[in-house]
Design a protein around this ligand. Structure first.
Ligand code: ADP
Ligand code: MG
Length: 245
């Protein structure tokens, strides 16, 4: 038991360190982004090209920091009533250009004829869907189709499936994929799915995965649906009463 307690304490220290480093790096990063914008104003074509690379690398750094921050300590988040269908469509639109460059189609099937509202944080949920679609794209080196499907189950839960035709996962990857820093990629961080799991738990949702080597992978997510009543819509802070049981 003593050993276990010490291990937990060591993890907490690492978590606190990660959080404070991530936080400290954020400020200089913000100023780098600001000055990059300023440089763009008078840049010639060649410099603009370099600046846009700097831009996207800075964005990647910011991404990693925000995932580290969410993973390393309890964080607060603003919760709103969100139309899941709308959020998914926005994310697909954002990812589509990258997908098409890799010969990948993204197909979206929504079998619900009414909007499914869930209580959640828009930015974190978008990040979750982006991470899953990005992993799907990274598993499909020869192109193919990513299918995203939304279904309402019993009027109480909404299910989202993200299915790819990629290289799938072996059993040791399936056992470890949600562990922070677990990656099988040479340039991966291993933070993507750990972040996904944490955010889905924060949303009282569920996540599951099926995968077959050389065939593909399917992630299933479920979120509780909010009852949508015009009166409650204004105030979503009274979270418990808004659930349909
Ligand atoms: P990263 O993408 O940085 O490696 P993630 O946490 O996003 O980290 O994923 C962890 C690992 O899970 C990946 O390295 C990969 O081995 C596996 N994985 C995740 N999604 C898929 C997928 N759709 N198809 C195949 N393998 C996947
Ligand atoms: Mg990833």
């Amino acid at each position: 038991l003593q050993h276990k307690v010490e291990h937990q304490q060591a993890l907490n220290v690492v978590g606190q360190m990660a959080a404070s480093i991530a936080h400290e790096i954020r400020n200089p990063l913000t100023s780098l982004k600001g000055f990059t914008e300023l440089l763009k104003l008078n840049a010639d074509e060649e410099s603009r090209m370099y600046l846009s690379v700097i831009d996207s690398e800075l964005q990647r750094m910011e991404q990693i920091l925000s995932e580290l921050l969410v993973l390393s300590k309890p964080t607060s988040m603003k919760v709103e009533l969100l139309d899941l269908d709308n959020i998914v469509k926005q994310v697909i639109e954002f990812m589509l250009p990258d997908a098409l460059m890799k010969n990948i189609m993204i197909q979206y099937i929504s079998s619900t004829n009414q909007a499914a509202y869930i209580g959640g944080n828009e930015n974190r949920l978008k990040q979750v869907f982006m991470n899953l679609i990005k992993n799907a794209m990274e598993s499909m080196n020869n192109g193919g189709t990513i299918t995203i499907e939304m279904n309402v189950i019993d009027c109480t839960m909404v299910e989202l499936m993200i299915k790819d035709e990629g290289n799938g996962m072996d059993s040791s990857t399936l056992q470890n994929l949600f562990q922070p820093f677990y990656t099988t990629k040479s340039t991966g961080t291993g933070l993507g799915l750990a972040f996904v799991k944490k955010v889905i738990e924060e949303h009282e949702g569920l996540i599951g995965v099926n995968s077959e080597l050389q065939k593909g992978t399917c992630f299933h997510l479920q979120f509780p649906i909010y009852t949508f009543n015009q009166m409650d819509a204004v105030d979503v802070s009274s979270k418990d009463s808004a659930y349909l049981v």
